[in-house]
Design a binder for this molecule. Structure first.
Ligand code: GKR
Ligand code: MG
Length: 418
């Protein structure tokens, strides 16, 4: 099964004005769709970030992978490493420091997923079977709440409405839980003063007793503020995610708060694990195959977490159905997944590059798709439309901060901010 062609297609889809510590989501979210085609005519899908620096590397590497067998992932990794060299591609959103290793892993992951899709199709088995087999038939996801404006400035309000205080957040949670059946809740914080975000968590706890809650301010708080918030929320949070920047700061907070700390920011490549574990900085790792080097490498990291007693959850960025399918296969094969995974799916609002039907939420969980490989098919018409949107929208990189500053010129994404 030799790679004969790789198609790399940047796409854009509409994104609501979701607020975070870096600013606000722009009207379009960018992704890159990768389609690997073999000499036998089998094809496999991958999905990754759409920022131009990364996209250029994905394109360059695609050309270098033609002629490689789809099983030869070490060879693929070596070729990609040689191309990336010591270039560090653009940081994406709020996913921690960019390193050379992470830049390689981010490019490699899209091709690795596509090759696993092909291998699954060739053997007639789902990708989960190539990762050790399923330990669960459906993967639980959490309701990922965001403070948000009613609509993009100058545009129509979107169907989710505004959420700018505790009442708005509870209303948003009710809507997502009603539509998707989520059984746990994550609030994206780092937007308003910590006391207001504490108030929102308490309102959620009262509105949804028994549902696990998490708060993620993306390192917007000092150590002192993080400790105050952690102590104020004793008994209310399943975990507190990235309250403060860096492993040493996280370790200081972890020693003083009653709940575990989780991260997708201070531990983002294998080299961060030893110092974080030694310092006791985190209790939960949020894996993300998009930057941890694909599904197999993420499974290895999950095994390490088991060895070192770290709990596991999964991080997400704005994504489409190929990513959701890959996340679901990976999570279905992780025996030590301890928490519901994050997903931005509701914010896609039905837009997708995969044909409808394969992915659905039942009681907040996505059943592992039935078909071989990832179990999802590319909707070529939708892909063409989203590619046109990419060309027309004029965005080439995610930049929540500059977009926010158009409306609030004094806004600063400085972290820690409180
Ligand atoms: O979509 O605004 C967002 C999130 O804030 C995202 O960029 C983060 O990477 O979801 C992420 C997180 O858990 O930190
Ligand atoms: Mg996070």
């Amino acid at each position: 099964m030799i790679i004969r062609q790789i198609h790399v297609t940047p796409v854009a889809f509409r994104d609501p004005p979701l607020l975070n510590a870096a600013g606000v989501h722009e009207p379009w979210a960018l992704r890159t769709i990768v389609e690997v085609v073999t000499d036998e005519g089998l094809s496999g899908l991958g999905e990754t970030y759409g920022d131009l620096g990364h996209l250029s590397k994905v394109r360059e590497c695609a050309a270098a992978l033609v002629g490689v067998d789809v099983h030869a992932t070490h060879e693929m990794y070596a070729r990609i490493s040689a191309i990336i060299g010591d270039v560090v591609t653009d940081m994406h959103g709020l996913t921690g420091v960019a390193t050379q290793e992470k830049s390689i892993d981010r490019v490699f992951a899209a091709f690795e997923v596509a090759c696993l899709d092909i291998r699954g199709k060739a053997y007639g088995v789902p990708v989960v079977d190539l990762l050790g087999g399923r330990v669960r038939d459906a993967v639980p996801y959490s309701a990922y709440l965001f403070y948000k404006w009613a609509g993009h400035p100058g545009g129509e309000p979107d169907r989710f409405g505004a959420a700018l205080d505790a009442a708005g957040i509870v209303e948003q949670a009710s809507m997502l839980i009603k539509e998707y059946g989520f059984a746990s809740i994550k609030l994206k914080g780092g937007v308003f003063a910590p006391s207001e975000e504490v108030e929102a968590i308490i309102a959620l706890r009262e509105a949804f007793p028994g549902l696990p809650l998490r708060l993620d301010p993306n390192a917007a708080w000092t150590v002192e503020t993080s400790i105050q918030v952690g102590q104020a929320l004793e008994g209310s949070l399943q975990y507190l995610e990235d309250p403060t920047p860096g492993i040493p700061g996280m370790a200081e907070v972890a020693a003083e708060v009653p709940m575990p700390l989780a991260t997708n920011m201070c531990v983002v490549t294998p080299e961060h694990l030893p110092p974080a574990i030694a310092a006791g900085a985190i209790g939960v790792l949020l894996l993300d195959h998009h930057y941890w080097g694909g599904l197999v490498r993420s499974s290895h990291i999950a095994a390490l977490c088991d060895t070192f007693g770290l709990e596991l959850s999964m991080h997400s960025n704005s994504h489409l159905g190929i990513s959701l399918a890959a996340m679901t296969h990976l999570a279905a094969a992780m025996p030590n997944l301890t928490h519901a995974c994050d997903t931005h799916t509701p914010w896609q609002n039905g837009q997708d590059v995969v044909a409808p039907g394969a992915l659905r939420f039942i009681d907040g969980a996505v059943p592992v798709p039935d078909g071989p490989g990832l179990g999802v098919e590319l909707d070529r018409d939708a892909l063409a439309v989203m590619h046109e949107q990419y060309l027309a929208c004029g965005l080439t990189a995610r930049d929540d901060t500059t977009y926010m500053q158009r409306f609030e010129p004094a806004f600063s994404a400085r972290r820690p901010r409180w």
